[in-house]
Structure formats: C-alpha cells, structure tokens
Ligand binder design. Structure first.
Ligand code: SAM
Length: 275
C-alpha cells in the first residue's frame, strides 16, 4: 500500500537501498507512518518551523515532519548508506530537506539555526542520545537556539529525564533537565513498533526551555550533583564532604542529614550558589 505522502512504503525503501539495521549505529527503524506522525505532532504545529533531526535513517520520521508542514528539515545522518533514500525524499519536497552526513556529536547545532523558530525532533541512536541532550542543555547562553526538543529514548532514560525529587529515577539528569526545562513524558512506544525490535520499551519526551531558569553556574551545579548522587544513599553531610560538607549545607539552608534524592532542583541550585 502506498503511503499518504505519495512516496514508497518504508519497507520497500529499506529493501531497495539494502539498509539492513546496524546495531553499532543504534539502528531501530520506525516504519509506521502513523506513529512517526504522532511523534512529529508532539512538537506542536510545524508551519514555518525549521526542524533539526538527528539520525533520519531511511526517513520515516523525516517524512512525517515534512508532511506536517515544517518549513525545512535539517537532518544529520552518520550512515552514508541512508543518503540515497533521503535524496528521494528531498526530491519529493524541493528545497525543504537538507541532509548533513556526519556524527551529530561533532556538529555545532547553534550554527545550523537560521532565522525563525527551530525545533529538534529525533528518534535518537541510543548510544549518543543522552550526550546530545546534555549538550543541548548546557550552554551558558539561555534561552537556547531551539524552541523545543521532542526526543525518543529508551523508557528508562526518559524516566530519568522527567524525574523530580523523591522519584526512584531522580538523579543528575533530572536535576539538569528540571533546572533548564519543563520536561514531560509524552507516550511510550513498544519494542514491536521498531524494525528490528529493541529489547526495551521506548518513550517520547518533550522538553520546553524555561524562560528564566534559577540563576546558577552550570559547572557548580554539575559539581554538587555529581558528589551528591555519587553516594546517593548517604547523608549529604557525608557525600558533599569534599565540597565543604556541613558548612556548605548550612550556608545553603539545607539540613545536613538529608539525602540527595530528596532535594528539589531549587535546593540544588542553592547549594551550587553557596559553593
Ligand atoms: N529516524 C529513523 C527512524 O525513526 O526510523 C532512524 C532512527 S535510529 C534509532 C537512529 C539513527 O541515527 C540511525 O539512522 C543511525 O544511523 C543514526 N546515527 C547513529 N549514530 C549517529 C551519530 N553519531 N550522528 C548522526 N546519526 C547517527
């Protein structure tokens, strides 16, 4: 059955271009265009928006983003085998798809941002997904060049991203995401939705940058969360010993017998500012 966008079904595209999935590249493809549209729709109306996509692969999500009206998609793909399939999509949507071949970890994303709003949408390769997210959250300059992030992760990583104090999954990633963004879990995607199916369930998370995060130096926040969650079962007076222990905690107005997982993002910022 032909797809609604008039392009051939993804299964045929994959077969024709010999795109057998490679584990080392985190290749688990989404072939259901209803599902890729659901992911793209999570990013909100796309008219007039430039979307940056990491790892388009054979282009299932790319096609959904374009069909939903994005002004332009800039897609970064490491696997050169995917380029001919992506070229077919570019031809179908003239001047709306730019493909950059390369490693997304080496790309200066902010330099890709042109005029107008930019959103990032991606079914991320599992081995580089968290690092990319952290890179998008860390820059001193805030608000960032992107308007939102709509990203697929392994569910366990998604839970760490949206976790708040006293959640089992709360840790350094939750503090960083909660500090700079409003992060929410959008929906889960079961393994059988992918080709080949991964071992675990995935989740789509949606992050919006906070207009005014609590003023706090990133490097200091990193220092306190690293020490605090490095020994998460210990009292903070112990886990933060090398950073000043009880003196630091009292300066920040935090009871030294508390544990890392009970501290809110605001309290972590207070600790960073007291350093
Ligand atoms: N977007 C497609 C989909 O949803 O079906 C493919 C998603 S697949 C999980 C991840 C994609 O990222 C693969 O196409 C893989 O080749 C690509 N990839 C892996 N590592 C990458 C990297 N460092 N930079 C850019 N792309 C990468």
């Amino acid at each position: 059955m032909a797809a609604l966008d008039g392009l051939p079904p993804l299964r045929e595209v994959i077969q024709r271009h010999g795109l057998d999935a490679r584990k080392a590249l985190g290749q688990n493809f989404l072939l259901d265009l209803n599902l890729t549209q659901k992911i793209a729709r999570t990013a909100g109306p796309l008219d007039g928006v430039t979307v940056i996509e990491v790892g388009p692969g054979p282009g299932g999500l790319t096609r959904a983003i374009l069909a939903l009206g994005a002004r332009k998609v800039i897609a970064i793909e490491r696997d050169s085998r995917c380029l001919p399939a992506l070229a077919e999509i570019a031809q179908h949507y003239p001047d709306r798809l730019e493909v950059i071949e390369g490693d997304a970890l080496k790309v200066d994303f902010s330099s890709l941002a042109t005029d107008g709003p930019v959103r990032i949408i991606a079914n991320l390769p599992y081995n580089v997904g968290t690092q990319l997210l952290v890179n998008w959250l860390l820059p001193e300059r805030w608000p960032p060049f992107w308007e939102s992030l709509t990203l697929m992760f392994q569910k366990e990583v998604g839970e760490r991203i949206v976790a708040t104090e006293n959640d089992d999954a709360y840790g350094r990633l939750g503090v960083l995401c909660g500090w700079r963004t409003d992060a929410r879990m959008a929906f889960d995607v079961p393994p059988q939705a992918f080709t080949p199916p991964p071992k675990v369930t995935s989740s789509v998370v949606h992050l919006l940058p906070r207009a005014t995060p609590i003023p706090c130096a990133v490097d200091k926040l990193e220092k306190v969360t690293l020490a605090a969650f490095g020994q998460r079962r210990k009292m903070l007076r112990q886990s933060l010993k090398s950073l000043g222990g009880e003196t630091l905690l009292l300066k920040a107005g935090i009871e030294p017998s508390r544990r890392a997982e009970t501290l809110s993002v605001e309290e972590f910022c207070r600790l960073a500012n007291a350093l």
